[in-house]
Design a protein around this ligand. Structure first.
Ligand code: PGA
Length: 264
């Protein structure tokens, strides 16, 4: 893993956007895996700026969202479908026919639907670059603790802590759906490159366990240790529990010197 520690949320967002933009410039038909939540908002703002001010072109890109709430239609304001359009897709030129978000309104044939989502990823040639946040539970996507590390897209029951965290977005009277549709850990590990972002002190424990702890289904992000091309961009507060910070800095300096394309 390449661990990049940045001084602020703004620098984290700018670095992440630079990585996405470089991949898109090298491969205009990039297949991009998209995450929701608070963490990637700055990244999406910066990508929108790059599109509007510097002509970053998404016209040939394809996107796949990681997850969606089961039980919310695409028009529900708290759906990830709405989120990704509101915060990103409505402001760039991704062709709507190349946009994929799991359909939270399905009521039956879940396995068949999830297999179709997997098939559409395969049909697109696989995900080139997957953006991820990390939950306080150590989850990536909605892969809650004890998820199979070989899991594929499926329905997952949300952990209590995730329900509490996500309640903020639904307001005091809203009810967070109990389940999500999520790419599995196996699906995520098939992406060619992974970009994991975390900011804030509240993520420090999960980040340290994911990067430096044992690989375990109780911190599903730790499965990323098995992937050969993961870049982790952290705001300092989210890096505060890491034991090997000084080493990561030296690795970064060497990587910049020897294989700069890996940092871009
Ligand atoms: P957050 O969510 O970016 O809103 O912290 C991350 C997650 O739960 O995966």
């Amino acid at each position: 893993m390449l661990v990049i520690i940045t001084e602020s949320y703004e620098t984290l967002s700018a670095k992440a956007a630079q990585i996405v933009a470089n991949h898109l410039s090298k491969k205009p038909d990039l297949v991009l895996g998209l995450a929701t939540g608070n963490t990637p908002l700055g990244l999406y703002r910066e990508l929108i700026r790059l599109h509007k001010e510097e002509g970053l072109d998404f016209s040939r890109a394809t996107t796949f969202n990681l997850d969606e709430y089961l039980g919310l239609s695409s028009t529900h304001p708290q759906s990830f479908h709405c989120y990704i359009h509101r915060n990103f897709l409505n402001h760039v030129n991704v062709d709507p026919k190349n946009v994929h978000v799991p359909d939270g309104s399905i009521r039956q044939d879940f396995e068949q639907y999830c297999e179709q989502y997997e098939q559409s990823i395969r049909n697109a040639g696989g995900i080139d670059l997957q953006i991820l946040g990390i939950g306080k539970t150590g989850h990536i996507g909605f892969n809650e603790p004890t998820s199979s590390l070989a899991s594929r897209t499926r329905i997952k029951t949300l952990a209590e802590l995730t329900l509490q965290e996500n309640q903020k977005a639904f307001g005091p009277n809203g009810k967070v759906p109990p389940c999500g549709i999520t790419m599995g850990i196996g699906t995520i590990l098939d992406a060619k490159k992974i970009l994991l972002l975390a900011s804030g002190n509240s993520k420090a424990d999960a980040v340290a366990k994911a990067i430096e702890g044992p690989i375990t289904s109780t911190i599903t992000a730790s499965a990323l240790q098995m992937h050969a091309d993961v870049t982790v961009v952290l705001e300092e507060a989210a890096a505060s529990s890491l034991a090997y910070k000084a080493y990561y800095q030296r690795v970064l300096e060497m990587t910049v010197r020897l294989t700069p394309e890996r940092v871009e």
